[in-house]
Design a binder for this molecule. Sequence first.
Ligand SMILES: NC(=O)c1ccc[n+]([C@@H]2O[C@H](COP(=O)([O-])OP(=O)(O)OC[C@H]3O[C@@H](n4cnc5c(N)ncnc54)[C@H](OP(=O)(O)O)[C@@H]3O)[C@@H](O)[C@H]2O)c1
Length: 285
Amino acid sequence: MEQRRIGDVDVSAIGLGGMPMSIEGRPDEQRSVRTIHAALDAGVTIIDTADAYHLYADDVGHNESLIAGALASYGGDTSGVLVATKGGHLRPGDGSWTLNSSPEYLKSACEASLKRLGTDAIGLYQHHRPDPKVPYADSIGALRDLLDAGKIRMAGISNADPDQIRLAQEILGGRLVSVQNEFSPRFRSSEPELRLCDEIGVAFLPWSPLGGIGSAGGLGDRFPAFGEVARAHGVSPQQVCLAWMLAKSPVVIPIPGSSRPETILDSVAADRLRLSDEELARLDG
Ligand SMILES: NC(=O)c1ccc[n+]([C@@H]2O[C@H](COP(=O)([O-])OP(=O)(O)OC[C@H]3O[C@@H](n4cnc5c(N)ncnc54)[C@H](OP(=O)(O)O)[C@@H]3O)[C@@H](O)[C@H]2O)c1
């Protein structure tokens, strides 16, 4: 698969988002492991997860443990796989998502993720979402301390606006490697962050790139231009969507979620799909 870059690491241009395998509607563990193994077979080397991808109060880190287990049981070499996790969100078990980005909490969350991932240093640790109760600079200061302590190899942020991206870059002393924001045909307002990442050479990871769990299947109906271009190429609208994102900038690395081998295998084929300038303009419209 085409390679792109996060910090000093080459990764596949399309990643795997782990969330659908661990939250509401998650499949049984065997199907999830088959999905992760199918992604690895296809050359995926970036897997996105978070400690908050779980369902019940007592299964925090379900997705991190699942991914660590699937990597361990995979027959091939996984040394080149970047597992990107996050801290700062919590799920108390009632379906809600809460926030805690105090430096103390982020550092303790990172320690717990290190244990679940079974590593001495997390490949990419991302601040999950700004917490209005905590100054952003303090939360990012925790990431800087984790980098300096060697607990994390690279630092990223998520759900950040351009000012927060610039502030994070300053606090991390130029070591910010990635920004993960929502971006899809239905949610295009992250274009300014995407353009800023392109300018400063920071990876941009669109989350919910297909419109999110439950909506991804209907992408071609909801956005007819994607369905029409897909029919012209004999591929799925989801592949067209991912190819459209890849064409926006070499810093873009979409992380479509999957809970079935079929969907991740269809998604990874997007890196071979070339769209004309006219088609790209139509999808932008
Ligand atoms: N930073 C944040 O705040 C944040 C927030 C949300 C998500 N994320 C990350 O971003 C990742 C992606 O977002 P998401 O999972 O919410 O939404 P998504 O990627 O837009 O959609 C996921 C759904 O798309 C389906 N799908 C995937 N590839 C497909 C294909 N080629 N054809 C048809 N359907 C396809 C999957 O179905 P099946 O389940 O049937 O395989 C899956 O349920 C997450 O997994 C998570 O890692 C981050």
